[in-house]
Write a protein that binds this ligand. Structure first.
Ligand code: NAD
Ligand code: GLY
Length: 387
C-alpha cells in the first residue's frame, strides 16, 4: 500500500522508507476508541501489513478494559484467531520477566511464525511487545498501535525494541521494524495530563534539535496543544513523525545521524536509572536532559543562551520539569557510563549548535562536570557562560 491508498485516515499516511521493510504511519480518529465502526480500516490495515496468521494482541491492565477488549472482539469478528496478552502497567515491569510472560502466552497458544503481534499501548508495551516479536521464533510481524502521545511521536516509529536491565535503561533489545503504525488521536482524550506533558517533551525535542520553524510553531501553538486541539495535535504528531521517519530512513541502525534523535537522552536515561525507573516519566527525564544538554552546548559556545531560555520556557509552559535532581557528579557519571552513544569508554552528547540544529560530540570532563555540579540547579542555563 502506498501513501495514496484510500484509508480512512484523518491525514494522508506517512511513509517510513526502508526499502522492503517500508511501512506507513496512519494518523486517524477512532479506530482504537470506537473499533466497531472501523472494521474496514482494520481489514485494509491487516492486508497492508501482510497479516495472514493469528494475532497476539499485547496490552496492559489499564488499557485492556478501555480499548483492548473491544479491539480483540472486532479482530475476532474479522476472522482472526486472537490471543490477548495482558501485562502489568508500568515502566518498572519493562524487564525480562515481562518479555517471558509474552513469550509464554504465545507458546501456550501455539502461535507459529505467521503470527502478528499487535502492540496496543504506550512506549513500554510497544518496546517489550516489539522485542517479543523480534525474538519469537527468530522474528514475527508486528504492528504498533500507540496510545500515548510519546509513543505516537517517537517510540512506535523506527523499530527500536527492548527492555530495561537493572544496570541500564533499554540495554537489551533489537531493531525490528513494525509492518504498520496506527495513531488514533482520540485515545489521547483519556491520557492523564502528566503523561500527555511527557509526550510533549519529545515533540519539543524535534523542534529544538532538528527544525527551528517547528520549534517556533510550538511556541505559538502550545496553548492549543495543551487543550488537545485536534488540528494542532495532528500537525504536531505528523511533523514529529516526518522528522523521525526521515532520519530513520537514512540511518536505521544508528551508525550516525539517528543519534540526533537522542537530544537530552544521555542525561535523561541517567535520571530514570538513578531514580529506579518509574518515579520520573521518560519524557520528564528527557525534558530536564534537554535543559542540561542545552546548558552544555552554551557552555561550549555552540549556542546563544537566549535559545536555551526559549527551550526552558517552552518546556515549563508544557508543564514539564526543567531542574535536574540532586545527584553527585559520580552518580551522574556512573548512570551515564552505559550510554549507547559512548565510544571506547568516552561519552558522546547530542549538542545543539543553533535552534533546530544539532551534532554529536565528545566533551571535556571539566565542561561536563560544571554542568553536572551546577548549584543551584535552577541557574543551570545562566551559569553556562558562553566563551
Ligand atoms: P507508558 O507506556 O508507561 O504509558 C504511560 C501510562 O499511560 C501508562 O500507565 C499507560 O497504561 C497509560 N496509558 C497509555 N495510553 C493511555 C490512554 N490512551 N489513556 C489512558 N492511559 C493511557 O509510557 P510512554 O511514555 O508511552 O513510554 C515510555 C517508554 O517508551 C519508555 O520505556 C521509553 O524508554 C520508551 N521509548 C522508546 C523509544 C523507542 O524508540 N523505542 C523512544 C522513546 C521512548
Ligand atoms: N528515540 C530515539 C530513536 O528512536 O532513535
Amino acid at each position: 500500500m502506498t501513501p495514496d491508498s484510500p484509508m480512512p485516515s484523518t491525514d494522508r499516511p506517512l511513509l517510513v522508507a526502508l526499502g522492503d521493510r517500508s511501512y506507513l504511519i496512519h494518523i486517524a480518529d477512532g479506530p482504537v476508541s470506537g473499533p466497531p465502526s472501523h472494521a474496514a480500516f482494520w481489514s485494509a490495515l491487516f492486508a497492508e501489513c501482510g497479516t495472514v496468521g493469528d494475532l497476539a494482541v499485547v496490552t496492559n491492565d489499564t488499557l485492556a478494559p478501555r480499548y483492548g477488549e473491544a479491539l480483540c472482539r472486532l479482530f475476532t469478528k474479522l476472522g482472526y484467531r486472537v490471543v490477548p496478552i495482558v501485562v502489568p502497567d508500568g515502566e518498572r515491569f519493562k524487564n525480562a520477566e515481562m518479555l517471558d510472560t509474552i513469550h509464554d502466552a504465545m507458546l501456550e497458544a501455539r502461535l507459529d511464525r505467521t503470527a502478528t503481534v499487535v502492540a496496543l499501548g504506550g512506549g513500554v508495551v510497544g518496546d517489550v511487545a516489539g522485542f517479543a516479536a523480534a525474538t519469537y521464533q527468530r522474528g514475527v510481524r508486528f504492528i504498533q498501535v500507540p496510545t500515548t502521545l510519546l509513543a505516537q511521536v517517537d517510540s512506535s516509529v523506527g523499530g527500536k525494541t527492548g527492555i530495561n536491565h537493572p544496570l541500564g535503561k533499554n540495554m537489551i533489545g533489537a531493531f525490528h521494524q513494525p509492518r504498520g503504525v496506527v495513531v488514533d488521536l482520540s485515545t489521547l482524550d483519556t491520557l492523564p495530563a502528566r503523561e500527555y506533558a511527557a509526550g510533549l517533551a519529545e515533540v519539543i525535542k524535534y523542534g529544538a534539535s532538528l527544525d527551528a520553524t517547528f520549534f517556533t510553531w510550538l511556541e505559538d501553538a502550545m496553548p492549543r496543544l495543551l487543550m488537545r486541539d485536534r488540528g494542532a495535535l495532528t500537525h504536531a504528531i505528523r511533523r514529529s513523525c516526518e522528522l523521525k521517519a526521515e532520519i530513520v530512513g537514512s540511518d536505521e541502525r544508528e551508525s550516525g545521524r539517528r543519534a540526533l534523535l537522542n537530544f537530552g537522552h544521555t542525561f535523561g536515561h541517567a535520571i530514570e536509572g538513578a531514580s529506579g525507573y518509574g518515579s520520573w516519566l521518560h519524557g520528564e527525564a528527557v525534558a530536564v536532559g534537554m535543559v542540561m544538554a542545552a546548558a552544555l552546548s552554551a557552555k561550549l559556545g555552540l549556542v546563544e543562551q537566549s535559545v536555551c531560555r526559549r527551550l526552558v520556557a517552552l518546556l515549563a509552559t508544557a508543564g514539564l520539569p526543567v531542574e535536574p535532581p540532586r545527584l553527585s557528579v559520580e552518580e551522574w557519571r556512573r548512570w551515564m557510563s552505559t550510554d549507547k552513544k559512548a565510544e571506547r569508554g568516552r561519552l558522546r552528547f547530542v549538542l545543539i549548535d543553533g535552534l533546530g540544529s544539532s551534532r554529536v560530540s565528545q566533551v571535556d570532563d571539566a565542561d561536563l562536570d560544571a554542568v553536572l555540579s551546577a548549584r543551584p540547579e535552577s541557574s543551570l542555563v545562566d551559569q553556562a557562560v558562553v566563551v
